[in-house]
Design a protein around this ligand. Structure first.
Ligand code: 5GP
Ligand code: ZN
Length: 408
């Protein structure tokens, strides 16, 4: 009997134990190669050799385990992730191909992250892969399970990755860890948290539910509890413009997007689909009020940069003036600094000359329009209570009808 015949018989046994034909054939071949210590190429070249020694008995012992739905990765103790072999035990989730998408997204970041944290690292597949793919990064990995950390540490050593490990709770990492790094520390947070609703337990295959660690599979709030904890703690932990990548479950995209959108300091970017088209990886970015994106958020910055048209009447290196879109008088101009200063409250001494230029420019523009000696009025509205609606400092210049006092 050839090796291949033995494996075909083993596959038939697995099929009668309830595996699909495809899965049975794949499992039998992988387990046979584990017994032989052969690569896929070895198998193609030599599978017609006669079965030898105790091959049949050793294969049968592994097939017995697979017939009880134990995952192949736990039987062989290994699963490939991003092209590298990872040691796995029943203390860790088996790395899944869809989780590789987190690595792809991380490698597409315009600036490589200097400090990365993998929260709930399990086998260490994400932390180790990122450490190897981005050698300049400092990579930290945490898990609540000491047993999982031991597996992750072994993988880092085996694959030669420099990763710092911390035993820590998932959502509480940023607040409970006494040795925690300073705020605004991480350029990249990645996580593949548990996200399955415990109510869906009965619909999961026995391979998963009977063998993989429940702590790595299930989370409360319909699977969203730990995703929410991560989203809520991310703004304080991320550096300016830092990125948050979280793997999510099928059907969770809308709820997760809404969570990000109501979290101050975090901007929703996208949810990337996996190879099957299932929305899979949340991409969010730290949005600091200090570093708000002028060109994106400010109406007058857009006018200044020409993204929105306006009736420009004056421009120099530091100032611009244009007509108000909703004039309150025959002459209604707005004089604005090119620098984005939100309100009068944001002025400091370095703006003194600029303010003088704005006031003198207002007088010159009014004079040009015939309102110099006859009279005009300037108004700075400061903040919402005083009627400021555009938060880019601007001086209203009004003229052309009988002025009343106080203005308004
Ligand atoms: P605030 O209410 O903040 O004191 O003044 C903002 C002024 O900007 C208002 O008078 C408003 O009419 C004017 N404004 C708002 N949007 C635009 C625009 O797109 N173009 C121009 N030229 N003026 C605008
Ligand atoms: Zn602005």
């Amino acid at each position: 009997m050839t090796l291949r015949d033995r494996v075909a018989a083993a596959a038939a046994r697995l099929e009668s134990a309830g595996l699909t034909r495809e899965e049975a054939a794949r499992s039998a071949e992988v387990l046979a190669r584990a017994v032989l210590g052969w690569s896929a190429a070895d198998w193609i070249a030599r599978s017609r050799d006669p079965a030898f020694g105790d091959f049949g008995d050793r294969l049968d012992r592994l097939i017995d385990r697979r017939a009880r739905h134990e995952p192949v990765a736990y039987i062989t103790g290994e699963r490939e992730f991003y092209g590298r072999p990872f040691h796995v035990t029943s203390d860790v989730l088996i790395p899944r191909p869809e989780t590789e998408l987190i690595v792809d997204v991380a490698l597409q970041m315009p600036t490589p992250p200097a400090v990365v944290i993998d929260v709930g690292t399990g086998s260490g597949c994400l932390a180790v892969t990122l450490a190897l793919e981005i050698p300049s990064a400092r990579v930290i990995a945490t898990d609540i399970s000491a047993a999982a950390l031991a597996v992750a540490r072994a993988n880092a050593i085996r694959l030669g990755a420099a990763v710092e490990f911390q035993e820590n709770d998932l959502g509480g990492h940023f607040t409970k860890n006494v040795k925690r790094p300073p705020r605004s520390f991480y350029d990249l947070i990645v996580a593949n948290p548990p996200y399955i609703d415990p109510a869906d337990r009965s619909s999961l295959p026995p391979d998963v539910v009977d063998y993989e660690p429940a702590v790595a599979l299930f989370a409360g709030e319909h699977g969203l509890a730990l995703i929410r904890a991560l989203i809520e703690s991310a703004p304080a932990a991320l550096a300016d413009e830092g990125t948050l990548l979280i793997e999510i479950g099928m059907g969770q995209a809308e709820a997760v997007r809404a969570m990000v959108e109501r979290t101050a300091g975090l901007a929703f970017v996208e949810i990337r689909p996996d190879l099957r088209g299932i929305p899979r990886v949340l991409v969010a970015r730290a949005r600091s009020e200090r570093t708000h994106n002028l060109a994106m958020d400010c109406l007058f910055c857009k006018i200044i940069t020409g993204q929105i048209p306006a009736g420009k009447v004056y421009e120099d290196a530091r100032l611009m003036a244009f007509t108000d879109i909703n004039p309150q008088a025959p002459m209604h101009l707005l004089v604005v600094p090119k620098e984005h200063i939100p309100t009068l409250n944001d002025l400091d001494a370095k703006h003194d000359a600029l303010m003088g230029e704005m006031l003198r420019r207002a007088a010159a523009l009014a004079a040009d329009r015939g309102y110099g000696a006859s009279g005009f009025r300037t108004v700075f509205n400061c903040n919402a209570d005083a009627g400021q609606t555009v938060f880019h400092l601007h001086l209203h210049v009004l003229g052309g009808r009988r002025m009343t006092w106080p203005p308004g």
